[in-house]
Write a protein that binds this ligand. Structure first.
Ligand code: G4P
Length: 530
């Protein structure tokens, strides 16, 4: 509805992402959110086709055809209790944590999904570190309570000791993992029992049960859970919005995405706790109010999503004002105007044209070729966002085109991948554009780059390993001295950043020690998170 008040519209938006270790249940939970949001009619099961999803390639490459929802779609929108929920997709694999970081830059909160039997897994930890780095508050959903796993207190301890964040249960489970009866609502002590439905394809029927009744029906399970829940309340282990927003505590929910137990509590928690889009921090340190003229932030650029059209989509989070399709916006970095005639939202494989959007919403701008990750788009009042920091690459490969007659395509492809942020491209002053060094946070990024150069640009490349293993940001002044050293080289990114590459951490530490006068800045995730 065009012409609405952006402030009021922002107030009913909840923009969040789900993060999890692969297999913890992110896809199933997404599906159930849509079920509870009424976006699937009354039956789950359309988020489909999991075949082949465990193959080694990336989340969005070949798998996008097979899997639909969480790959080609950057965001899903559904309504719940009067709120408009924007659920952002994050890649599951650790090699793409830089992408996750960018997606989280467009989210106001995250839901971290844990498998009750496994607790905190390596990728959970890594993603959590990304949340902390971005100061994104997060809710925790302990999933798969329908089958045997760790005890609830043990899981709380694990969260507290591993993440150093205080877990504050919103619900407390009745029944052991594997024999899950219901949940106690910690805000009022009420007990809700659930019933299973066939394959969890419809919402789980709920029943409010009095203490007496609970005692009769669930005996020890009930009394044990009740005691624990009371104790947790007494010691103040209850939700605290302030420490949640400061990433110092995490509201914890228990449930089962498969049987739908606890999904409603979790969605209620998202609407109650996740902050609505607020004034956004700009590069100059001021904030842009949600009712300022339209502005947005590009958090992902993806090409080749529609093979038939070979288009390139810039995904934008609306930060202020009202977006109206067809408006002429300005790309902040270049100052050029562009048309927003082809603005879309994505739902699984289906694209829909979006006419109006408000703060917190996600737009896909088709063929807005000027836009790169981190860029601002706006009308009337210029704006610029704080730069998205690049992750420290740990893998460095030299790339050259296999068939030299395809050099032009190779160069175009490489610069496209660079602009999308799919891989960092470093220029070597000796070999120029013909043999750039590709730098990645995880090796799977090379697989994606290779696949895309071959399939989208028809210019397969050859990658050879280099001796470098670690990088730091440097500057022009320090470059000559670094270049003169053994085991070090300085390469340049297209944005003008100089990166000093070292053969080993040991060697880098020596240089740091012996030459404190040189600029060698750490980047995010140096040495790997988790
Ligand atoms: P992901 O996106 O985080 O990788 O996880 P996904 O939802 O695909 O779930 C991974 C596996 O865990 C799936 O089983 C899924 O059915 C199962 N699962 C998810 N939530 C629950 C839950 O609450 N309880 C139980 N018991 N299982 C759950 P699969 O066998 O790999 O796939 P499928 O044959 O079920 O489709």
């Amino acid at each position: 509805m065009a012409g609405a008040d952006p402030k009021a519209e922002a107030a009913r938006r909840r923009t969040f992402a789900i993060i999890s270790h692969p297999d913890a249940g992110k896809t199933t939970l997404t599906e159930k959110f849509l079920l509870y949001g009424g976006a699937l009619g009354n039956e789950a099961g359309t988020v489909k086709a999991r075949e082949g999803r465990r193959s080694a390639t990336s989340d969005w490459m070949d798998l996008e055809q097979q899997r639909g929802i969480s790959i080609t779609s950057a965001a899903l929108q559904f309504e719940y209790r009067g709120c408009i929920m924007n659920l952002l997709d994050t890649p599951g694999h650790r090699d793409f944590s830089e992408d996750t970081y960018r997606v989280l830059a467009a989210a106001d909160a995250a839901v971290m999904v844990l498998d009750a039997a496994k607790g905190i897994e390596p990728q959970t930890l890594k993603l959590f570190e990304v949340c902390r780095e971005r100061e994104i508050p997060f809710l925790t959903f302990i999933n798969k309570w329908d089958r045997p796993g760790k005890g609830p207190l043990e899981l709380l301890d694990e969260i507290e000791n591993t993440l150093i964040v205080e877990p504050t249960p919103v619900t407390w489970p009745v029944g052991i993992p594997g024999d899950f009866r219901g949940l106690i609502d910690q805000s009022n002590g009420e007990y809700t029992r659930f019933e299973r439905t066939a394959r969890g394809s419809t919402m789980a029927p709920e029943e409010q049960v009095s203490a007496d009744d609970a005692e009769k029906r669930d005996g020890e399970w009930w009394s044990g859970a009740q005691e624990e829940a009371e104790l947790l309340r007494e010691v103040g282990r209850t939700v605290d919005q302030k420490s949640f927003l400061a990433c110092e505590s995490t509201p914890v929910f228990f449930g089962s995405a498969m049987t739908n137990f606890g999904i409603r509590f979790l969605l209620d928690g998202v609407t109650d706790l996740v902050p609505a889009p607020g004034p956004r921090l700009q590069a100059d340190g001021t904030r842009r109010d949600v009712d300022a003229p339209f502005s947005g932030m590009v958090f992902k650029v993806q090409a080749g999503m529609d093979k038939a059209h070979r288009d390139r989509i810039a995904f934008v989070r609306v930060c202020s004002g009202e977006f109206d399709r067809g408006m002429t916006a300005i790309a902040g970095r270049t100052g050029r105007q562009f048309s927003t005639k082809y603005a879309q939202t994505l739902f699984g494989q289906d694209r829909e044209t979006v006419d109006t959007a408000y703060p917190g919403d996600i737009l896909g701008l088709v063929n807005a070729n000027d836009l790169r990750v981190g860029d601002a788009v706006y009308v009337d009042k210029p704006c610029e966002w704080p730069p998205l920091p690049a992750f420290a690459p740990e893998y460095f490969m030299r790339a050259r085109v296999k068939d030299t007659s395809k050099f032009k395509q190779f160069r175009k492809g490489v610069s496209q991948l660079d602009e999308e942020g799919a891989v960092q491209v470093l220029r070597d002053e000796h070999t120029g554009d013909s043999q750039p060094i590709l730098a990645a946070v995880g090796p799977m990024q090379f697989e994606v780059a290779n696949h895309r150069l071959e399939n989208e640009f028809g210019a397969p490349m050859e990658l050879t390993s280099t001796r470098f293993t670690i990088a730091r940001k440097t500057d022009e002044e320090s470059t000559p001295a670094l270049r003169a050293m053994q085991g070090v080289d300085v390469l340049e990114r297209a944005d003008g950043t100089h990166l000093a590459l070292f053969e080993s951490k040991y060697w880098m530490d020596r240089v740091l020690q012996d030459h404190p006068e040189l600029t060698l800045e750490r980047m995010i995730a140096e040495g790997g998170l988790g």
